[in-house]
Design a binder for this molecule. Structure first.
Ligand code: HEC
Length: 150
């Protein structure tokens, strides 16, 4: 009995050791970025609704700042190993990691466009604010066209 218990404990320890040597669990990273991406879609929709309703751009200061902060954080939520090989459901294409510099450039273009939108929300040029919303939207699309699976 004692010997059996010792064997069991050792087997469990080996299993634990094997598990910790495996790739890290990416569930939180992937689900977190997907939630943030969905919320960025919600923010874009509500900003557009305020533009269409003719509200002052200053009412969108918080939403645009949140969007800009997320845009800067986006690349960090795509660490190596967080693609399909993680076993977690994701639409992130493998090209993100084989073409990383271009992916980061597209994320930087998005961040610059979102920074400008936040800046314009502090001013009073409604037409410029509306046009910049279109620039941000185009920067989302430019990345999806290449790096997001259908
Ligand atoms: C630099 C690249 C990049 C930019 C810029 C980008 N996205 Fe994405 N987006 C992705 C990738 C990659 C995925 C797939 C992520 C996954 O499934 O893990 C995605 C997924 C999404 C999803 C689906 C999330 C889900 O799981 O259902 C939404 C919604 C979305 N993006 C909205 C936006 C919006 C809105 C913008 C701009 C304001 C934007 N994205 C900008 C790369 C980008």
């Amino acid at each position: 009995m004692r010997r059996l218990t010792t064997a069991l404990v050792m087997a469990l320890m080996c299993a634990g050791g094997a598990a910790s040597a495996q790739a890290p669990d990416m569930t939180g990273v992937i689900q977190g970025r997907q939630a943030a991406l969905m919320l960025s879609g919600v923010a874009m929709g509500s900003i557009k609704a305020s533009i269409d309703a003719g509200q002052p751009s200053s009412t969108q200061a918080f939403s645009t700042r949140a969007l800009a902060r997320w845009a800067h954080a986006l690349p960090g939520l795509f660490p190596a190993g967080s693609g399909a090989e993680s076993g977690v459901r994701t639409k992130a294409k493998a090209e993100i990691w084989s073409n990383r510099a271009d992916f980061d450039a597209k994320a930087a273009a998005y961040a610059a466009a979102a920074d400008r939108l936040a800046e314009l929300s502090r001013g009073e040029d409604a037409a410029a604010f509306a046009a910049q919303w279109g620039e941000v939207r185009a920067s989302c699309q430019a990345c999806h066209d290449v790096y997001r699976a259908d």
